[in-house]
Ligand binder design. Structure first.
Ligand code: GDP
Ligand code: MG
Length: 172
């Protein structure tokens, strides 16, 4: 099938579900609802042959390492989310990044990753935009700061993924 699977990864509370909800449903909830694993399917274009974008919204918990590993193994592209209000959540992405490279290989064109600093609406910050960008260049991946709450760069984020989907072979 032409389906394209995107996996959203990152520590609990960084806003993974909020980003996906904002894009899929166009809304935002203040309340925190822990996720185990949710999947969403959005059609890409109007023809039936166009396939769909599958989004797997994962959980950060240690108890679910197996699910996380399986989701990564099946994924075509990855969104690594941290919160700009909590430096630790950026550091916690490193083992996930390494696991993706281990399971998917080192070619960034074949296996796109977008590093996302969410909650950029918050005035209290522990991670500057420059610092996030430095991690992204070290990891050879794309970078965006987003706000699911204020709807900043959410369209841009998912558009980037759709663009990857359109030219995977050409880029490889
Ligand atoms: P997840 O565990 O990564 O799925 O995180 P959630 O999407 O459940 O969000 C965790 C908490 O952060 C919730 O209380 C959200 O309302 C809040 N949150 C999510 N995105 C943003 C954002 O862009 N800005 C702000 N200020 N809060 C956010
Ligand atoms: Mg969640």
């Amino acid at each position: 099938s032409r389906d394209f699977r995107v996996v959203v990864l990152g520590s609990a509370g960084v806003g993974k579900s909020a980003l996906v909800q904002r894009w899929v449903r166009g809304n935002f909830r203040e309340a925190y609802l822990p996720t185990i694993e949710d999947t969403y399917r959005q059609a890409l274009g109007c023809s039936r042959k166009a396939g769909a974008l599958h989004i797997t919204d994962t959980t950060g918990g240690r108890r679910y390492r197996g699910l996380q590993r399986l989701a990564i193994a099946r994924g075509h592209a990855f969104i690594l989310v941290y919160s700009v209000t909590k430096k630790q959540t950026l550091e916690e992405l490193k083992p996930l990044y390494e696991l993706i490279r281990q399971l998917k290989g080192n070619n960034p064109q074949k296996c796109p990753i977008i590093l996302v600093g969410n909650k950029c609406d918050e005035s209290h910050r522990e991670v500057s935009e420059k610092e996030g960008a430095a991690y992204a260049s070290e990891w050879n991946c794309a970078f965006l700061e987003t706000s699911a709450k204020m709807n900043i760069n959410v369209q841009e984020l998912f558009q980037m993924l759709i663009n990857f989907e359109k030219k995977p072979a050409a880029a490889a």
